[in-house]
Write a protein that binds this ligand. Sequence first.
Ligand SMILES: [Zn+2]
Ligand SMILES: [Zn+2]
Length: 754
Amino acid sequence: MFVEVALPLPVSRTFTYRLNDREAKPGTRVRVPFGPRRIVGWVVAATSDMAQPAEGGGSPAEIRAVDAVLEERPSIPPDLLELCRWIADYYVVPIGLVIRAALPLALSDPRRRAEPQKSRRMARIVRELPGLLARDELFRRAPRQRACYEAIEASGGSAAVQHLTERLGFSTAVVRGLVEKELVGIIDQREQRDPFSSVQVAPPPALRPTAAQQGAIEAIIAASRTDSIVQPFLLLGVTGSGKTLVYIEVLREIVTRQGRSAIVLVPEIALTPQTVARFRSHFGDVVAVLHSALSDGERFDAWRSLRDGERRIAIGARSAIFAPVRDLGAIIVDEEHESTYKQSESPRYHARDAALIRARAAGAVCVLGSATPALESWSNVEHGKFRLLQLPERVEGRPLPAVQVVDLRAPKDAAERSPAGRPILSQPLSEAIADRLRRGEQTILLLNRRGYATFVQCRACGAVWHCEACNVSLTYHRARRRLVCHYCFHEEPPPTHCDACGSGDLSFRGVGTEQVEREVGERFPSARVARMDVDTTSGKWAHHDILGRVERGEVDILLGTQMIAKGLDFPRVTLVGVVNADVAMNLPDFRATERTFQLLTQVAGRAGRGERPGIVFVQTALPEHYAIRFALQHDFRAFADREIAERAETRYPPHTRLANVVISGNDEAATQQAAAEAATWTRRAARDVAVELTGPAPCPIDKIRGRWRWHFLLRSDSPRALGSVCRALQLDYTLRPGRAELRLILDRDPVSLL
Ligand SMILES: [Zn+2]
Ligand SMILES: [Zn+2]
């Protein structure tokens, strides 16, 4: 028998191996020889065709044999293998790399034969001794055995042997004595490494769905009970409208009543502890949380418990779409517009799109939820591909927060000016903060830029300090007294004079979160302030700690980057201040406007979620811009109409499909030339299909980590035509080898063109 094996290598083919007197179903993990190495691969098909032997040769006699079949049951169930195939095909990635990304790391280790499994030996009482007389009789000459027996009894009838011997000081002979008397049995209990099992979860509050929530729940449940292909749902609900309640009631039907499984995707699990806690409070240990802070072992345990059906709800970020659940009944993608659903390295899949594919194949319902859906999803509603469900109002009749614009162009009095000359906190925002402090309410301040000053400039000649390896300005971090590159992490001491002209007159410009923190501290010295950005959340559970303090009311002002805009629900937050709404607007990316609208709407939505109404101040120099205007009005539809019309002119999604091809190398001229050659080749390959090529041109950030970057764009209305050109480019084209270490990256449906 021969098998096709996918290997986790950057080669776009599978390899044929011989399988001696054994069977291995597709999806089975095997260890195979590859050159001098032994590596782990996955059987993707049984075959009698020996077209692609592992190396050289070609005749059946020369085909090498599988070294070991590593598991009885395939680690990739058939539906998951199908999903991996789709990703490999659509994003043009070797399937071995997709499978590796889909599985816990532990399963790519060639030395690991059996599944890693911590087990511990448990002593369990197998014969009860109800009366004291019986005990006196049995243990007459063995008081230690009696003490040990009663210790096990006291801990509920079973105890870890290690606990008895090491902590309680019983000898192994004592335990053995109890086993010989057939009073106690020793069993191996598989230990579930789940850091969430110790997290106390409050019982869920009983909530009555609103009419709109009830309508959405009923529509989704009805669809889950039909046999026909289910249309995906887009749940458009304003912030605070209770989308999570809808998800929970849907899962109650799918998981509890129908006995099937479900996957819940959240943008970033560390930032959504409240959402996760709500699912756990309703479904308890049926939930496996796939947290990025899990160790490899914990991750493996969660994975295994899902595969074995012990747990039936997988909650996690992007990669949870690969959860090996049995009998999938629903996939929920919360905050479906978030760009974190797109993986930024190979395989560059979009988890929302993978969710649609997996749900359709499984006959499961798929619910995409957001207050600010991606325009691609909205366009799918308009074209009848998705079914729209709406939650137009907040729960309990609470109003959406009032939003006020503070025009940064208006003259301000000198007292409010930062050293750089622009106000950080305007008069109305400062007064509102002071008000909240007096009333014991909480404030959220957003500035989507970290560090103290985002660039350093010479006042005499205008020179700006850049990273030598990346063509971006260096950010000044005041607490550490360093200039830092946010792309390659290069650091250097801050300058004292200009290298170009020798002037010592330098200005530290562009306000970052660190500077806001300082300003807030100076203005409100008694306020308890917490800052949440990449610099303050390097620890595994740092997000959790900060958000816990806010929840307990130990923080008056939470300030941070976009991290604080996502899904937080703190009833005492009645004020949100956006320090500068224009940060993302001017990025050279076709989604810059959409991102700005989403961020403003989402952060505004953090205000007034409890009984007291909320207010939002948006500081901007672009008060007339439609992204800001429509965010003030909480009007997603108006924004979508306008932005979709704008994109029609420039031919960007959702009007067309894109692939971004980036050529990089460590020599500027060689990179430019390679990009030109690749573009010429691709143009020829695209000649007879409806695919249009724009470029090549330098990427907006034209150098990162010492590598120059050029790109060109492929556009098509036909996914099929675009796919064929992408495949041709990836499989048939090779960059001319040279000294520049050239690389070609193909990113289909990119979320960013930077
Ligand atoms: Zn200078
Ligand atoms: Zn750099």
